[in-house]
Design a protein around this ligand. Sequence first.
Ligand code: NDP
Length: 500
Amino acid sequence: MTVSILNATATSLLPICIAGEWRLGTGERYVTRYPATGEVVAELNAASVADVEEAVAGAYRAFLSSGWAQRKPHERAAVLYRVAELIRSRSEALAQRQRLDNGKPINETRALVASAAATFQFFGAACETLEEALTPARGDCLTMSVHEPMGVVAAITPWNSPIASEAQKMAPALAAGNAVVVKPAEVTPLMALELAAICEEAGVPKGMISVLPGKGSVIGDAITKHPLVRRVSFTGGTNTGRHIAHIAADKMMPVSLELGGKSPTMVFDDADLDHAVNGVLYGIFSSSGESCIAGSRLFVARSLYEPFMDRLAAGAARLRVGNPADESTQMGPLITDRHRESIESYVAMGVEDGGHLRTGGLRPHVAGCESGYFYTPTIIEGLTNSARICQEEIFGPVLVAMPFDDEDELIEQANDSVYALAAGIWTRDYKRAWRVGRAVQAGNVWINTYKQFSISTPFGGWRDSGLGREKGRLGILQYMEQKSLYWGLNEQPLAWANAN
Ligand code: NDP
């Protein structure tokens, strides 16, 4: 069956990929919707638990018999480079499809597609340049440390940046020689299916990839618990991550968990204010705030608090919330109406707790997208860091702003969170940047910039923000088991038994 998820229409039922077989899932039928209009984008049958069983068993067979794991690293790399080329050759179509899938503005989905291509290229390079170690011998042996693929690994992804998150897990997993079972978010299944089709077209053997859309509590759970699944790479909410970690503990299975955040951004009195205003706006409101690393708690030096907040609020009010197809749109709709309601209830809670709105808090009218789930950039002040909306992840365009008086108190507040994913520092004083950058507890710290990424730089969080790291040249090792080899070089039999 030739698969073209890109050309699938809302009126044709979408197949899913079960160990290389493209067929209808045997779970419940459902539709996905374009968040800007509520229109149906795709109709499909979810995977069922029986489909999970078939996919994982098929993946294990493919792992054992397809020869993918035995290919030379440069041969696997060549296939991953072809995947990158194919993504690039279809980049506009993929970006448009991703826009319909989760409603992000077109310029953002183009960047996500470019990132997915770069990720496959990077892990192709990581695969063909990975070196094993000859360790210093302590006896008459040659001692080596090598890495082997794990077998079947799973990738469970959220809806906010599907093609980029899926590439970040599929590329290193395949580079390492594994079969991959992908569970995309139920509401955004299209990019994972498209990536699977592209990988097959590029030469990844049939069966090495499965894509199983469906409810996480059913399908994700069944995948995680499956005895043949030897690793789960998960991106999503902290509660789900904790649940997966419990299952993993029972199975003695490694996991990586990229979870939520409530990241502090700190603006000092010597900051370059043009940079800081733009950086803070970008840090919280890009992706409509639906970003794990959103800089959602802002601390501003008291001496510049009022003028800074005036500029920030004016900048937020000028952001273009609109049709994601429009090139000039900066913020698209939220993923679902339910998610918008959850954000609204957080804003109401902030006001009930004594906060007040500096700007935002509205459902804007967007011409041509009247049924979309839009929400204006919102800034709340007047609360202390212990307020619930300063502690809980909102995952939307809501910033809480607070003044601070001194550095020690600031660091204490910045670190007073169960989350520790990211932080931003705005100052011209490089010694202070170094001090605060080392003292703040977070997996990623941006100094005089924010939300910049590199596939070559490891990414992950501390505490409730996660476990393990993705990306980086050694990210491929996360999908491999380490093995030590001892080659005997003794001229004489081992002396202990003395059997001769
Ligand atoms: P969820 O944790 O609800 O879902 C993430 C994925 O897990 C989805 O595919 C979901 O399926 C699946 N899932 C749900 N329940 C289970 C289960 N019991 N077992 C296995 N899989 C399950 O997160 P959201 O979709 O709400 O995504 C937003 C969250 O993701 C935010 O907290 C955000 O911070 C975090 N995130 C973290 C990032 C990081 O890199 N640190 C990056 C992006 C987001 P279903 O489709 O049914 O929901």
